[in-house]
Design a protein around this ligand. Sequence first.
Ligand SMILES: Cc1cc2nc3c(=O)[nH]c(=O)nc-3n(C[C@H](O)[C@H](O)[C@H](O)COP(=O)(O)O)c2cc1C
Length: 305
Amino acid sequence: MSLPGWWTIDPTEPFTLGPRQFPGRIWTASGCFAYGLTGHEMKAEGFSSPYQGVGAVVTKTVTPQARPGNPMPRLVETNEGALNSIGLENVGFEEFLAKTLPALEEMGVPTVVSLAATRPEEFGDMVSRLHQAAVGFVHWHGVEINLSCPNVAEGGHDFGRDPDTVAACVRAAREYLPDRALLAKLTPNVTDISGLATAAAAAGVDAVSAINTVVGLEVDLKSGRPVLPRRFGGYSGPAIRPIALAKVDEIITRAKVPVVGVGGIGNDRDALKFFALGAVAVQVGTAQMRDPFTAARIAKDLAGV
Ligand SMILES: Cc1cc2nc3c(=O)[nH]c(=O)nc-3n(C[C@H](O)[C@H](O)[C@H](O)COP(=O)(O)O)c2cc1C
């Protein structure tokens, strides 16, 4: 694509977010590129690895205890996207701290650690331990607190639909994170996402990431029942891009906080739409699972200014 005249940024150049300089503006989204430890040896024409030009890998969300995730099936494809109910399967915070984060540092992967918890104090505890364990690490750039996963909390309700809860989680994390970027990932499953963003900003985030998946349900016509054992899942991929753009626009016009845009980005044109609205960076999710070079390709295509 020939780049539009208004686009004057090289997204593979460093940029500042809060107290931190990130190596670039095209990131991979949490849960869609594992922990950033795999696939480094993969090659594609013009790319030495899927990490080439990628400004940050947001890790799979880590919780205080390891989680096995939800029963199968937990990921189904639809015509225009994917519906998942992974249930935050992850190695748990202890193993992440002991093995994953040091390995990411050694491999030089620009990292944003995604964390989830059920109480604000747990965010404070995890961030403080992360900070102690990572003294001197240069590739760990930030924490994204996942306040938006629709498939874990009881009854399918998102954690973090309440501005006061959002503010409490942000405050707890910020206290122990003076020198890394702090992002709050917001749920789109609310009527007023800008209220959540305003609360997060007042409590001290450097940016909000928007959006996480949209609550969805798919029916198996053979059985007449929902495909996912937990009925509801998180919808992602191309179908949600206009929803993500609307939510990003709402935040940018009503809340004074930088936004990292995510939702349905699969190529340079999609990414540019988020930048056109004023996003400071973007994340690639579902598309990265189909083609792990998607983020690298977008970075390369948009760097041609
Ligand atoms: C299989 C799968 C797993 C995901 N896991 C997480 C997760 O652990 N934490 C999180 O914050 N978001 C998670 N997400 C949401 C993505 O990071 C992203 O916000 C969402 O999918 C929308 O972007 P996309 O349309 O580019 O996929 C997951 C998405 C998918 C498809």
